[in-house]
Unconditional design. Structure first.
Length: 368
């Protein structure tokens, strides 16, 4: 029997219709009314859910993280971008209630443990973990322990990293998992999508529901093939207008395109039931290996989390929760993967002075 479970009142996986998520993300541009309008667009298009992103700038990047190259080709200070994209906590209940009134499930990406706790407080039916946090084992464990369904993406990752994350869910007894293939490029060119990876994930992780998070600019090409390959969740960034200035608008779909995407998904599902033969573009199918591809390497280096000194750490000082923090490095030197965080705080000491917001390396622990 194919894996299925409920997200809210919706059944996901199995032989159920594809669960379609409109990724609002930060495309509300700090405007409450714009957030409502995006929820309206998702409802009118026939989506099942809307997703925001919940984070705090100081818990995402260290000072000096540098500039981010946006999808428009503009270099902007990453901390400024993140700060401007913060979702006010005071809006969450109102946006959730508005989405529910429109027949939508409301949820959010959570980028740190505190954000996950906030979404739990507001009764989230499901949590999302982004590709950037797939190696953030402490966060994955924290979310897994909440025993709610979890959607997590694996763009830019290796198969070994996906397996490590899956092991955490197994250890914590959380089996309501949607594993999303995606490509860590914004926008992702059609010849980079490697949709055959969906089949790889289905084969290696038969105990999960497999979906696809689409970062291409085309509203229908990739979602159609993904559904034909068996993806049971489709996620797509949406915008009211691609010309808006925020960093995520240019590769998002506008309301009419979103409606076309949902219509195409539903038509594809009918064709599958009717056993119609579908022509699948080999360019979009691409390769089947889940690895870090060339186009993903920059964003992986910039945004995959690692361990930093939260404050200045003196020589001989023990590592602790108060002096270590897991952050995305930006242009700063990468440090140890988050999976070593719990190990470091079990009594290990700094062998040298470590400045605030410097990434932690093995030499900081073991070289004398």
């Amino acid at each position: 029997m194919k894996k299925e479970f409920k997200i809210g009142k919706k059944k996901v996986g199995g032989d159920n219709p594809c669960f379609v998520v409109a990724e609002i993300g930060i495309n509300f541009d700090g405007k409450y009314e714009q957030a409502l309008a995006l929820i309206d667009a998702a409802a009118q298009a026939g989506c099942d859910a809307v997703k925001f992103q919940l984070f705090k700038a100081e818990k995402m990047y260290p000072r000096g993280a540098g500039k981010y190259l946006t999808a428009r080709g503009e270099k902007k200070d990453i901390i400024k971008i993140v700060k401007e994209g913060e979702l006010p906590h005071g809006w969450i209940a109102k946006l959730r209630d508005y989405a529910v009134q429109k027949g939508l499930i409301f949820f959010s990406s959570v980028c740190d443990e505190g954000s996950a706790d906030v979404m739990e407080k507001y009764g989230a039916d499901v949590f999302k973990i982004t590709s950037y946090e797939i190696t953030h084992i402490p966060l994955i464990r924290h979310v897994a322990r909440k025993k709610k369904p979890v959607i997590f993406s694996c763009g830019g990752s290796t198969l070994a990293e996906v397996s490590e994350a899956m092991d955490v869910f197994r250890e914590e007894g959380n089996d309501k998992i949607v594993l999303m293939h995606c490509v860590g490029q914004y926008p992702a060119p059609l010849n980079s999508l490697n949709l055959n990876i969906i089949k790889t994930l289905q084969m290696i992780f038969p105990e999960v529901v497999v979906g696809y998070s689409d970062h291409s600019s085309d509203p229908v090409a990739a979602p159609k093939i993904a559904v034909a390959l068996g993806a049971k969740v489709i996620e797509k960034h949406i915008t009211l207008d691609r010309k808006l200035p925020g960093p995520d608008h240019s590769f998002a779909v506008e309301p009419e395109e979103l409606a076309l995407m949902v219509k195409t998904i539903r038509q594809t599902e009918k064709e599958i039931k009717q056993r119609k033969k579908m022509k699948l573009d080999p360019v979009l199918l691409g390769k089947a290996e889940r690895k870090t591809y060339q186009g993903e390497k920059w964003i992986r280096n910039f945004a995959y989390s690692c361990i930093f000194a939260k404050e200045k750490i003196e020589r001989g000082e023990k590592f602790s929760r108060s002096n270590l923090i897991i952050l995305r490095p930006g242009i700063k030197q990468r440090g140890l993967k988050p999976k070593y965080y719990e190990l470091l705080i079990k009594g290990y000491k700094a062998t040298r002075v470590i400045p605030q917001f410097k990434s932690i390396s093995w030499d900081d622990i073991l070289q004398r």
